[in-house]
Design a protein around this ligand. Sequence first.
Ligand code: PLP
Length: 327
Amino acid sequence: MSPLPSLPRVSLAHLPTPVEPLPRLSERLGLTLLVKRDDQTGLAFGGNKTRKLELLVAEAQAQGATRLLTTGAVQSNHCRQTAAAAARLGMACTLVLAGDPEPPSGNLFLDRLLGAEVVWSSRERRDADLQAAFEQAQAAGERPYLIPYGGSSPAGAAAYAYALEELLRQGVQPDYIVFASSSGGTQAGLVAGAQLLGFEGRILGISVDEPAEVLRPRVAQLAEQVCALFGATRRISAEEVWVEDAYAKPGYGVLTKRELEAIHTFARTEGLLLDPVYTGRAAAGLLDLARRGVFPPGSTVVFWHTGGTPGLFARRYREGLLAEQAT
Ligand SMILES: *Cc1c(COP(=O)(O)O)cnc(C)c1O
């Protein structure tokens, strides 16, 4: 395996993250189930955005940026990690959060501790408000750097091509890689990495919010852009991108019996904590697909833990997470 070309990158994460067996769940499911611990990337509780930020922040620094701006939901893990990266590099940070203002808990609490400035917005207005905040910073004589939703620019997504390379160097050859997919950057990076590294396992994104017909072409296009960033021309069609969207139907951040069952199962059979929004939903999909026999017996499946742990401490999920009806 020849290494991926190197792109400018600032070290923010503890890498490589561990790969651990999940023996009790493996036995229960008749699979070799492993977990890739990107909840342990280390930047203010970490998560998949830490890897993306290593490349995004390098771009920001190259442009002489003094402020990072980005957007997300009220309990955005991406926003929390961006706030931490800005603090770490001596930059200011503006977060445009879509949703109603609420008392700080979970990620929002950490955004405050990390010193980020919060602008309240809505899902409809969020990109316009982000642009306005960018222009306002420019007018004030600052050098703002705008990070798109989910950090999913081609440079941000490229981090997951490196992440796949890291996994393969750890000696793991999975038949399947399963994870939560939302803005598509993680999946695009993995798909691009698979193309460039000749990885032949299947890459399965469990959609957290978007319908597959929206997410698949987005991932394909972004994966092509990631390949281009590495100097390779690749055609990747939406048909090659595997997204399961059946679990996204209740909507973003809605905790149902399915997520609750998955969170309880992973916590109580492996001592592994999932989050209510992303990894809980992805694990619910994994458990359901395993029961339906989608993964042939004995397959090696890597569950890529993308983080989100502070969401467990968000006030809005407390009652739901303590409910026992799923067990
Ligand atoms: C952002 C996020 C995802 C989704 O990653 P994308 O690259 O946006 O698809 C998954 N899990 C967690 C915990 C996240 O914060």
